[in-house]
Every structure is written in structure tokens, then in C-alpha cells.
Design a protein around this ligand. Structure first.
Ligand code: S3P
Length: 442
């Protein structure tokens, strides 16, 4: 790996322009994995070419699929069919990507060979027991470091039994890993999720021709998949990533006089909790031209600089904005009054412990915060009241890095992050895109 790259952002005057957000990370990983499990050629446009997704493309090649890219950015995946993966020659290195790693673990679990997984320091510290436990019910074994951490070897089974699994935590990664394992198991695999999480796996598996039903159940869902389908190859136009859009959107809200337009922001209810919360805080957001793109409901978003007020974010909204709490905490710092985020314990096991990382960074920039194991409170200082001037440790976490670069655009003094490299995992053109709107970073 290259050396850490510190970066500072400076107070901006009004941000203006149109913002072309790159492809959705969740949909991009799934396009490659499902494409590799279909029979024949899947064609993908708008794929996110961030490091996380490129690591998943490498992994699909290592498992026997052919994956190529045209000069214009169109990707082709020649799939091997359900149950057709081959034992990889090498260790699968998923880099920084929890999603890539956990979904691929599910995909190989019901194949009769062994796969060894590793990743960067962040991924090697993250819990994998949440994936290994349900996979063990299919008949898969594993051998790794303590607490199920990487590097670890998954010993797949070729005589899988179907599984009925109730998610112990709201996690689309765990849900998806179970469904992916269920693809090569006989009979019906059932996942019961007490709270709805992002539903890209369900939408896309149906698109690939799998027989999958979703029934609502007491605030959650019961998902049933018929195993061993022949997946048909697809043409996929990846929608833009609402979690990436969140950074320029919040920047434009916080810098007075800003006006930006963000085409094609997802309105998928399993992903739009941040936008609901920002509207409650008083954000001037207008959604126009609602339509469907790549199988997802989207709209164009017009954002104008706004005065925000603190709010209580209810725990039942957490799953629909789980990746957006770092940038919401920055918005909350510039709001009038207190913002309380409840039911956010899952933030402690993301690319970093995001509650601890945000608290340390906000405090270094003059914002008062407090936390419990699963809640986080920010005392807002008003639109012109955040001192800034601090240096923030990003812990190899892209969303911590981008959140504090946004903070520096509206704070009284520049904000510095210790390392901008992780931004490339999910939003490789973040810096030029923000500079084109008028942001100063260097
Ligand atoms: C993702 C699920 C979420 C999210 C991650 C992407 C996915 O993780 O944080 O960035 O694509 O399934 P959890 O399932 O652990 O909540």
C-alpha cells in the first residue's frame, strides 16, 4: 500500500452545478457476483469502478468467471452457472470491502472446495461470525483467527441442506450471504428479517430469473428462495449511489447560497432514510422527474443551502440510512440544537467503529458529542458556529474521510484528515467532483 495521504478542506463560497454520482456500490458487487453465477454473458453499464468493486471482479475471475471491461466502461461477465465455481488457486483478497467478502463467502459456501479470504487491516478486524454461523447450518466449516476474523478458510460443502434463518441483526450482507448460499442448495432457503434492510439482492435475483418470494411480516420480511435455479444472464444499468450522493448533498446544504442538482438519486425506501431525516431538519430538497432506472425508483434532486435544526432519528430508520450516519453527524454539527441518533449499534462494526471515529473527529473540531453503545448525540452549533481546525483519524474508513472533508467546507477553519486514500474504495472521483462544484481541497 502507498503512504497515507493527508488532505485538508477549506471554507467554500456557494457550491453550484450538476453532480454525476458514480454507480451504486451494493448493486455493483451484486452485478458481478450474480453475473458470475448465471449461464452466459451479463453486460453491465455504470458499474462503480471503486477499489471495493474491482476486488470483487478479481475474485470472480479467481473463481472461474471471465470478467472483461470495454474502453467505454461497459463490463462483460461470462458466468459459470449456479454451482459452477472452481476452487481458487490463490487467497481471495477483498481489500477494504466487507460487502464483497461476506457476499462471496455466501456464494462459495455451498461449493465442495476451500477458499481462503483476507483483506486490509480494517477488514481483518471486522466480525465474520455473523456470516459463518448461518453458513455452518448449510454444512460449511471454517477455520480463521479468533472471533471469526480474517484471514480465514471456508471449507464449502457439496451436500448442502436448505436453511431457515432469522437474522439476529439488521444486515443486508448477512441476508444476502444466506441467499447466495441457498442458490446452490436443494429445496427452499428462507431468511426472516425482523427489520427490512436494503433489498437489492431480492430485486436482482428475481431479475436473473430466480424464484424468490417476499412476504411482509410484523415490520420485517420473510424471503423464500427456491434453490438450484438456472440464472439467466442480464443487461444491468447500475443506478447511482445514494450513499455517495449524500456527501455533495450535505455540503450544498451547509454552504450558504449553494444550489446543486443531483440526477438519478435512489428513492428505494430501503435506502432513503437520510433524505427523510434531512427534510425533517429543514433541508431545502426538491425531488423531480421520478422514474425507474436499473430496476430502482430514482428522481433528480435539487439541493439549496439551508438552515437546519436538530432532530431525534428513530431506531426503526437506522437500516435505511446505516451508511449515512457519519455525514448526518456533520450536518447535525451545523444545526440549531441537539440531534440524537438511536439504535445505531451496527455502526460500531463498520469499516471503523464509526461512533468512536465520529466522536473523536467532531470533538477535535470543537463539537460537543456523547454516546452510548447504540446511540450518538451531537450538540449543534448553528450554521456559522463550527470552529473546525482539527485533524481527524480516518481509520481506513472512506465515509469518515469524506464526512470530514465536507465539514471543512463550512467550518470556520480548515479540517484535515490524516489519510484520503480510502475514498477510492467507493467514490474515486470525489475530489475532482467536489472541486468542480467550487470546493477547495488540498
Ligand atoms: C451493504 C450492507 C450494509 C452496508 C454496506 C453495504 C450491502 O452492511 O453498511 O455498506 O451492500 O449489502 P450491513 O449488512 O452489515 O448492515
Amino acid at each position: 500500500m502507498t503512504a497515507p495521504r493527508p488532505l485538508s478542506s477549506h471554507r467554500a463560497t456557494a457550491l453550484k452545478g450538476n453532480v454525476d454520482i458514480p454507480g451504486d456500490k451494493s448493486v455493483s458487487h451484486r452485478s458481478l457476483i450474480f453475473g458470475a453465477m448465471a449461464v452466459g454473458e451479463t453486460v453491465v453499464t455504470g458499474l462503480l469502478e471503486g477499489e471495493d468493486v474491482l476486488d470483487t471482479a478479481k475474485a470472480m475471475r479467481a473463481l472461474g468467471a471471465e470478467v472483461t471491461r470495454d474502453e467505454d466502461g461497459t463490463w462483460h461477465i461470462f458466468g459459470v452457472g449456479t454451482g459452477g465455481f472452481a476452487e481458487p488457486e490463490q487467497v481471495i483478497d477483498c481489500g477494504n470491502s466487507g460487502t464483497g467478502c461476506r457476499l462471496i463467502m455466501g456464494a462459495v459456501a455451498t461449493h465442495g472446495f476451500s477458499t481462503t479470504f483476507t483483506g486490509d487491516a480494517s477488514l481483518r478486524s471486522r466480525p465474520m461470525g455473523r456470516i459463518l454461523d448461518p453458513l455452518a447450518q448449510f454444512g460449511t466449516r471454517s477455520e480463521g483467527r479468533s472471533k471469526g476474523r480474517l484471514p480465514l478458510t471456508l471449507i464449502g460443502t457439496d451436500s448442502a441442506v436448505p436453511v431457515e434463518y432469522t437474522l439476529p441483526m439488521p444486515s443486508a450482507q448477512v441476508k444476502s450471504a444466506v441467499l447466495l448460499a441457498g442458490l446452490n442448495a436443494p429445496g427452499h432457503t428462507m431468511v426472516i428479517e425482523p427489520e427490512a434492510t436494503r433489498d437489492h439482492t431480492e430485486r436482482m435475483l428475481r431479475g436473473f430469473g430466480a424464484e424468490l418470494t417476499v412476504e411482509p411480516s410484523q415490520g420485517g420480511r420473510i424471503i423464500t428462495l427456491v434453490g438450484q435455479p438456472d440464472l439467466n444472464p442480464c443487461k444491468i444499468a447500475v443506478p447511482r449511489d445514494p450513499s455517495s450522493a449524500a456527501f455533495p448533498v450535505v455540503a450544498a446544504l451547509l454552504v450558504p447560497g449553494s444550489e446543486i442538482r443531483v440526477p438519478g438519486v435512489s428513492r428505494n425506501p430501503t435506502r432513503d432514510g437520510l433524505y427523510t431525516t434531512l427534510v425533517e431538519m429543514g433541508a431545502d430538497l426538491t425531488f423531480e422527474n421520478g422514474r425507474e432506472e436499473g430496476g430502482e425508483p430514482v428522481a433528480d434532486l435539487l439541493v439549496r443551502g439551508s438552515s437546519l435544526k436538530g432532530v431525534e432519528v428513530p431506531p426503526e430508520r437506522a437500516a435505511s440510512m446505516i451508511d449515512e450516519y457519519p455525514i448526518l453527524s456533520v450536518a447535525a454539527s451545523f444545526a440549531e440544537g441537539r440531534t440524537v441518533m438511536r439504535g445505531v449499534g451496527e455502526l460500531r462494526v463498520k469499516e471503523s467503529d464509526r461512533i468512536a471515529a465520529m466522536e473523536a473527529g467532531l470533538q477535535a473540531n470543537g463539537v460537543v458529542t456523547s454516546s452510548t453503545e447504540d446511540s450518538f448525540t451531537v450538540e449543534g452549533r448553528g450554521i456559522d458556529g463550527v470552529p473546525g481546525g482539527g485533524t481527524v483519524t480516518t481509520h481506513l474508513d472512506h465515509r469518515i474521510a469524506m464526512s470530514f472533508l465536507v465539514m471543512g467546507l463550512a467550518a470556520q477553519n480548515p479540517v484535515t484528515i490524516d489519510d484520503a486514500r480510502p475514498v477510492a474504495t467507493s467514490f474515486p472521483n470525489f475530489e475532482p467532483l467536489m472541486k468542480a462544484l467550487g470546493a477547495e481541497m488540498g
